[in-house]
Design a protein around this ligand. Sequence first.
Ligand SMILES: [Zn+2]
Ligand SMILES: [Zn+2]
Length: 110
Amino acid sequence: MNETKTCNHCQRELPLEAFVKSRKSKDGYSNLCKECKREIGKEEYRRNYATYISRLTKKREEPEPETRKCLRCRKETTGKFYRFYRSDLNGNHSIYLCSKCYKKLFSKNS
Ligand SMILES: [Zn+2]
Ligand SMILES: [Zn+2]
């Protein structure tokens, strides 16, 4: 027996093994194929992250001469950084994103 299921996202009919297992659904498999699940997950992560940054902080482009650690990729670099500010109960904090991560998060075409 070769059971198949249609993916809600890409509308392809695929064998059950191509779907993510899910206890919530009746047949035990999610309505999204693994490929779509991965794609959507990435996209959501990226969106949430950008929202998180833009909500919490005011952005200001500023070259940093010192070594800073990028919040996202955790790489230390002396290159160009984007600096954000966040205020909370403990005061003001600076958050840094390297230009690579900044572009990834905020570019509209990708
Ligand atoms: Zn799919
Ligand atoms: Zn980075």
